[in-house]
Write a protein that binds this ligand. Structure first.
Ligand code: PGA
Length: 238
């Protein structure tokens, strides 16, 4: 089955390293959808036919007096087709609430961008057995009412993220259970068939098995999306 493999470059890389990555991916034969999300400053670049660009955030507003912010229209104008919204870095460092995230996702859709809406529980929430309730609330509240086009959900347990968590990936049973739960909630919301990605310390050795789990439609990769030697094996894993 076709999978989505998205790279979240966070605040890393350069125009030159993005070029190196795109040139390295260009000859790779794959049915999968490959998305790279570099910083805003690198979006305006030519991509090979097998790669799509995504932004890492957008403003929830259309335009106006929001110094330093970047609108959905601007990133679409630079060639982005996707945008990550509600990444845990944004929720934590910029105080983004579910409501902000839903507003950003709605703005993305209005400009023809597909939002990758991130949800995930903290280590404390997991250890106190709250994962399913926390995820349900995040999913229900971070999705705009009646989205006008498909959205993507990315389940990223905060504790599993390589740089800000403890870098441990959940067991396959845990991933299967949470993805199944998300699929059911999406079904209840009338959003059957919504793509659900997994993120958190995914690498070339773990990607194939993770993507074989039911309701895992692809991966969102951070650290291992920055170098072709790390990222290309993930693209080729399925
Ligand atoms: P990681 O990051 O793959 O480095 O754990 C994933 C993410 O934060 O999107």
């Amino acid at each position: 089955m076709k999978k989505i493999i998205a790279g979240n470059w966070k605040m890393n890389g350069s125009a030159a390293s993005l070029r190196t990555m795109l040139d390295a991916i260009a000859p790779v034969q794959t049915e999968n959808t490959i998305i790279i999300c570099p910083s805003f400053t690198m979006l305006n670049t030519t991509v090979p036919a097998n790669v799509k660009l995504g932004a890492q955030d957008i403003s929830e507003y259309e335009s106006g007096s929001y110094t330093g912010d970047v609108s959905a229209k601007m990133v679409a104008d630079m060639g982005a087709k996707f945008v990550i919204v509600g990444h845990s870095d944004r929720r934590k460092n910029h105080g983004e609430t579910n409501e902000t995230v839903a507003a950003k996702a709605a703005t993305a859709l209005a400009h023809g961008l597909t939002p990758l809406i991130c949800v995930g529980e903290t280590r404390e929430q997991k250890e106190s057995g709250q994962t399913m309730t926390v995820i349900e609330e995040l999913v229900r509240k971070s999705i705009p009412t009646k989205p006008s086009a498909p959205i993507i959900i990315a389940y990223e347990p905060l504790w599993a993220i390589s740089t800000t968590g403890i870098g441990l990936t959940p067991t396959h049973d845990d991933i299967r259970a949470v993805h199944g739960h998300i699929a059911k909630i999406l079904g209840d919301m009338g959003l059957d068939g919504t793509v659900i990605l997994f993120g958190g310390s995914v690498n070339g050795n773990t990607a194939a098995e993770i993507m074989a789990i039911e309701h895992v439609d692809g991966v969102l990769v951070g650290a291992k999306s920055l170098e072709p030697n790390d990222f290309i094996p993930i693209i080729k894993a399925v």
